[in-house]
Design a protein around this ligand. Structure first.
Ligand SMILES: Cc1nc2ccc(C(=O)N[C@]34C[C@H]5C[C@H](C[C@H](C5)C3)C4)cc2n2c(-c3ccccc3Cl)nnc12
Ligand SMILES: [Mg+2]
Ligand SMILES: [Zn+2]
Length: 342
């Protein structure tokens, strides 16, 4: 599936570190990067954080692993390799810019596990939700529905499968204790990307932020790691309006296709999945208000230098409010397409 020439091409991609300044800034948009270059950027980010050196990551193993991960994503409208790459890039940004390891918030092993989990967290996503798996009784549901988080358990299984593929085990420089700790972290972090799981934790995360982070409290350290996963998964909403709106478009392409499928199967889709009923601006105001802004508010409370991210999400919500007001007038007069936002 991965040709040796692909690996050598990656290793000689010659993307010098002079490109690093571009990667650093919060507004570097991963979606503009050429597919082939993505993997070189991933290598550079691991290297820039000193992880290649510290964990004896072999470059050819890392290149092969990254190629398998990239091939492990389908071309769904939103849940594709570019989503994984931009989530990974965001985790690199927060680790680097908030200096999480130097300041002792997370260990360097946790940082490594966080970045690898971001890359793998949606592997083999089909563009449908956990409830769709259960309701339509897919093979993934029969495998995982008893424990919940069906898709996330599948993403984890795919990640472990790649790590067990010949020449792809990037962790073979770790001691057996570090290796098992790293895999436990990857398991917990990928499962934490189920938003239903996040919702159960967010009050504890808010409590942690108001009390102040307790470096001796392991529960605080775990809650922070889960928060960082959720922030990374939602990071498109911290970018400019054009990107945040484009992302919403792609997500609703997946949701509406699922809704069409559910109707064809005789099941009534949720309103947000039904292209006839969904009002995207109103749904996005709810998503930002109930899930996105609270998460970046917690991050900004813990790290004041991350306040710019919270401000971006609030600005994007304001844009949706304006769009909603505009649409309210048009919906009254019977038009419903988002075309004006182009
Ligand atoms: C732009 C945008 N809109 C989104 C609108 C809605 C939802 C969403 O899952 N809502 C909920 C609403 C309640 C309580 C829980 C569980 C379910 C019931 C479904 C969450 C996600 C959205 N989303 C994501 C995203 C992030 C992580 C996983 C999957 C996805 Cl799709 N990434 N970007 C977006
Ligand atoms: Mg996911
Ligand atoms: Zn995701």
């Amino acid at each position: 599936k991965v040709h040796p020439d692909d690996v050598t091409k990656i290793l000689n991609c010659g993307l010098g570190h002079d490109l690093m300044p571009e990667i650093d800034l919060f507004y570097f948009s991963p979606r503009k990067v050429e597919e082939s270059e993505c993997i070189c950027y991933c290598l550079m980010m691991f290297d820039d954080l000193g992880m290649v050196q510290q964990w004896q990551l072999k470059k050819d193993t890392l290149a092969r692993f990254l190629l398998f991960v990239k091939k492990g994503y389908r071309d769904a409208p939103y849940h594709n390799w570019y989503h994984a790459f931009s989530v990974f890039h965001f985790s690199y940004l927060v680790i680097k810019n908030l200096r999480l390891v130097e300041k002792g918030y997370i260990s360097s092993l946790e940082a490594l596990a966080l970045m690898v989990s971001c890359l793998c967290h949606d592997l083999d996503h089909r563009g449908t939700t956990n409830s769709f798996q259960m309701q339509s009784g897919t093979e993934l549901a029969s495998l995982y529905s008893s424990e919940g988080s069906v898709m996330e358990r599948h993403h984890l299984a795919q990640a472990l499968c790649i790590l067990n593929t010949d020449g792809c085990n990037i962790f073979d420089g770790l001691t057996s204790e570090q290796y098992s700790r790293c895999l436990d972290l990857i398991r917990d972090l990928i499962l934490a990307t189920d938003l239903a799981h996040h919702i159960r934790l967010v009050q504890d995360q808010e409590k942690m932020a108001t009390e102040g982070f307790d470096f001796s409290n392991n529960q605080h350290k775990q809650l922070l790691l889960f928060l960082l996963m959720t922030c990374s998964d939602l990071s498109d909403q911290t970018k400019d309006w054009k990107l945040s709106r484009t992302t919403a478009d792609l997500v609703y392409q997946e949701f509406f296709s699922q809704g069409d499928l559910e109707k064809a199967m005789g099941n009534a889709p949720l309103e947000m999945m039904d292209r006839e009923k969904a009002r995207i601006p109103d749904l996005q105001i709810q998503f930002l208000s109930h899930i996105v802004c609270p998460v970046f508010k917690i991050l900004a409370q813990l790290f004041p230098e991350a306040d710019c991210l919270l401000q971006s999400t609030l600005k994007n919500r304001h844009c949706w409010e304006q769009a909603s007001a505009f649409f309210a007038r048009r919906w009254e007069s019977g038009h419903s397409s988002l075309d004006i936002l182009r």
